[in-house]
Design a protein around this ligand. Structure first.
Ligand code: NAD
Length: 480
């Protein structure tokens, strides 16, 4: 998107992040030089490596950028896409620093990428490429449980993370914490319940929290709750699919439009997300998806009338050229950087409320943090306390039943209550609880600034203020 579709005067992704950063620090009083120290990317490593495939040596280019090491390990996904370049990984690494600070996850920011079209290679080939890339990064400690911990991003998932973990372990056979070198692994390879859907789940919790505050909803010229809200989603991958699925199946929202690579589908009654996903996986396209109308011009659907726009594919899709035509009064950024700095200004001027990427898609890194802690503690969350909790609850229920019987009160517990109350929290429940709490707390810290400092004007700037303030505090504490 960024080269072909963006107008020439648009800043690059990294420049966009810098512009947003600069807008925010104007409202802060940082010691001289600290602003620059926080803004700049510490280091970016570029590696070119060859892998013998299909009878020839193919050379691949990969990156790992470390934005800030105020806390270690640094954390950030690895992306497989043809558009990957230094500018992109640096922008994404910077966003990771601010994101971790905002949601109080104790990591610095990093990001990696491999310039590759993952669909052009079969599974066996991708495994060899991934293992080689892992070796190149791990030998420079750019994959390391204590220093740099990657995760999935666009074009990568559990499968790639399992290969990375295994390759790292083979290089570090005596490291008892080797599994913590990467997150987003499958459960069977040291992963955690709820990580696959964590970013989509986080988006759902973010919207729920937004709709708990009527004044905020009003600022977006909306009313009521999530039920019945018409949502357009871009990208039916990990983030877009899970967010759309949960919002439609659990909150009663209507997913009226889904924009994918080759066009978009629309249904006024609401698209059945699971069916659309199955169709996309089976046919490779959303064209002819039952019960929906197909539009060749996908980008135009971003501008359609709806309540909420949820871009969850790639950066720069709302830019100076189309920002004025976006009709959704509320945008929640599932992708990283879907709104350019230029578009942000236009949207702010016309009163569109943007729930920024740094907050909205932080569910992934939050649950990654839980996975890392699980790997280091070598025990599943809930394993020690679940049955003890159940026994305690059982004691209370039995006492209530005894009281009712002894005193002839005729009390009966509502159907299902006993089962639900007696069930102790397992790993999935604990992960969801931790994620929900994180999303609520972070929203509140961001909205406090949004409301208390009218000059700040928007949630993104408020998010930067909170995040930069915390990074600055950590530098101050260190005496840097
Ligand atoms: P993914 O590869 O699983 O899905 C991306 C989807 O976007 C795919 O379905 C793809 O077909 C679609 N797509 C690609 N180009 C498109 C285009 N031009 N128009 C419309 N759709 C297009 O990736 P993902 O993991 O869901 O990541 C998506 C975004 O979310 C990225 O910006 C990523 O950085 C961000 N993000 C991901 C995570 C995570 O945990 N996976 C966490 C935080 C942020």
């Amino acid at each position: 998107m960024k080269d072909a579709a963006m107008p020439p005067q648009e800043p690059s992704f990294r420049e966009s992040v810098d512009l947003m950063f600069t807008r925010a620090v104007r409202f802060m009083d940082l010691p001289p030089g600290l602003e620059e120290k926080i803004r700049v990317c510490n280091a970016t490593y570029t590696v070119r490596f060859g892998v013998r495939l299909r009878g020839a040596i193919h050379t691949f280019t990969g990156y790992r950028s470390v934005h800030s090491e105020h806390l270690e390990p640094v954390k950030g996904g690895i992306r497989y896409a043809m558009a990957v370049d230094q500018d992109e990984v640096e922008a994404l690494a910077a966003l990771m620093t601010y994101k971790c600070a905002l949601v109080e996850v104790p990591f610095g920011g990093s990001k990696g990428g491999l310039r590759i079209d993952p669909r052009a290679w079969d599974e066996h080939e991708l495994e060899r490429i991934t293992r080689r890339f892992t070796y190149e990064l791990a030998k420079r400690d750019l994959i390391h449980p204590a220093q740099n911990v990657p995760a999935p991003d666009m074009g990568t998932g559990e499968r790639e993370m399992a290969w990375i973990a295994d390759a790292y372990r083979r290089m570090n056979t005596t490291d008892i914490n080797a599994n913590a070198c990467v997150t987003g692994k499958p459960l069977s390879a040291g992963g955690i319940h709820g990580r696959v859907e964590a970013t989509g789940r986080g988006l759902q919790y973010a919207l729920r929290e937004f709709f708990r505050h009527p004044e905020d909803v009003e600022r977006a010229r909306l009313a009521g709750g999530l039920e019945g809200k018409r949502i357009v989603v871009q990208g039916l991958g990990n983030v877009g699919y899970h967010a759309a699925k949960f919002l439609s199946e659990e909150d009663g929202a209507l997913i009226v439009g889904i924009v994918e690579r080759d066009g978009a589908i629309w249904s006024d009654e609401g698209i059945r997300v699971e069916e659309a996903k199955q169709w996309l996986m089976r046919t490779g396209s959303l064209r002819d998806c039952p019960g929906t109308k197909f539009h060749e011009e996908g980008a135009a659907v971003l501008e359609a009338e709806c309540d909420i726009l949820l871009p969850a594919a790639l950066e720069g899709v709302v830019h100076r050229d189309n920002a004025a035509r976006i009709r959704a009064p509320l945008i929640i950024e599932g992708a990283n950087g879907p709104v350019t700095a230029g578009a942000d200004e236009i949207l702010r001027d016309k009163g569109t409320v943007v729930i920024p990427d740094m907050y909205a898609n932080a569910g992934g890194v939050t649950v990654s943090y839980f996975e890392w802690v699980k790997n280091l503690s070598h025990i599943r969350f809930g394993r020690m306390q679940r049955r003890a909790e159940e026994a305690e609850h059982l004691l209370l229920v039995r006492e209530l039943e005894r009281l009712s019987e002894d005193r002839g009160l005729g009390w009966t517990l509502s159907p299902g209550f006993k089962d639900q109350y007696l069930r102790g929290a397992g790993e999935l429940e604990l992960v969801r609880s931790g994620l929900d709490d994180t999303m609520r707390t972070a929203y509140q810290s961001m909205r406090e600034v949004w409301h208390d400092k009218p000059e700040v004007g928007d949630l993104r700037t408020a998010a930067y203020l909170v995040a930069i303030g915390r990074v600055a505090e950590s530098y101050r504490a260190k005496g840097l």
